[in-house]
Design a protein around this ligand. Structure first.
Ligand SMILES: Nc1ncnc2c1ncn2[C@@H]1O[C@H](COP(=O)(O)OP(=O)(O)OP(=O)(O)O)[C@@H](O)[C@H]1O
Length: 231
């Protein structure tokens, strides 16, 4: 479903992605892990049209999306839950959700379905988004992404800045979505958490994939080596 081939990207003169391949099958959850600066967010930036790659291919269902605008990419079925949530503080919870419907594809997600799957969000629908706890805001950010009816959900550091209880809430919500047939890529600092919620992992180091494989049989020592560059 998602195929990345020989992806290279730079910020001006600074090369960040050094040519790697990655694939994610339909309905699969892939955990993209790696130390700070490894290139995970930059990979998402290319996948969502926020950064043009220098070379390489990113395709979704066989259609090349590299270099398209963010709006076009949403219409091809990719939605991002950005790092830090980035909700609009002056809008209510429901208004934030409706922002996600702006470049909506046809499909089954609606306000009602988001409220059904995340009842706490429904409870606060008319409140300003800032009135919610961090964990609740993260559910709104996921709900906003779902409102575009994506096939692929890209989640950047869902647990950043949240209490352990809130992280549990968010990941329980994500598990619910696994039953909905969504293809999901999560960037997560907590390796144990990342492995426990994913089918496969890919560990980035210095803009390349240093190690990948099924999460269930992942060898922690091998991952540490790949993560910290000890091999
Ligand atoms: N807007 C930018 N301009 C210049 N350099 C950038 C920019 N964003 C990221 N970088 C650099 O690109 C490299 C990869 O950063 P990236 O954010 O993709 O890493 P990451 O794996 O997501 O790490 P983190 O967990 O810290 O977000 C780093 O060296 C970073 O300093």
């Amino acid at each position: 479903m998602i195929l990345i081939n020989d992806l290279r990207a730079a910020y001006g003169p600074l090369p960040v992605l050094f040519g790697f391949d990655l694939s994610v099958a339909r309905g699969e959850t892939l955990a993209l892990i790696g130390a700070n600066g490894a290139g995970k967010t930059t990979t998402f930036a290319v996948m969502t049209g926020r950064l043009k790659p220098q070379t390489g291919r990113v395709s979704v269902n066989g259609r090349d999306i590299a270099g398209l605008t963010p709006m076009d990419i949403v219409s091809h079925g990719l939605a991002l839950v950005p790092e830090g949530r980035q909700l609009f503080p002056s809008l209510t919870v429901e208004e934030n959700l409706l922002v996600g419907a702006h470049s909506r594809r046809s499909g089954g997600w609606s306000l009602e379905r988001v409220y059904e799957i995340f009842p706490t969000v429904a409870e606060f629908r008319n409140r300003p988004s800032t009135a919610l706890s961090g964990g609740q805001q993260q559910l709104v950010a996921i709900g906003r992404a779902l409102m575009s009816n994506p096939e692929v959900l890209l989640c950047d550091e869902l647990s950043l800045g949240l209490s352990p209880a809130a992280v549990d809430t968010v990941y329980t919500a994500l598990q619910k979505l696994r039953g909905e047939g969504l293809t999901t890529v999560i960037v997560e600092q907590d390796i144990a958490r990342a492995l426990s919620v994913s089918d496969r992992f890919a560990c980035m180091r210095h803009g390349q994939i240093a190690l990948s494989g099924p999460s269930v049989t992942a060898d922690r020592a091998e991952i540490s080596n790949a993560y910290f560059g000890m091999r």
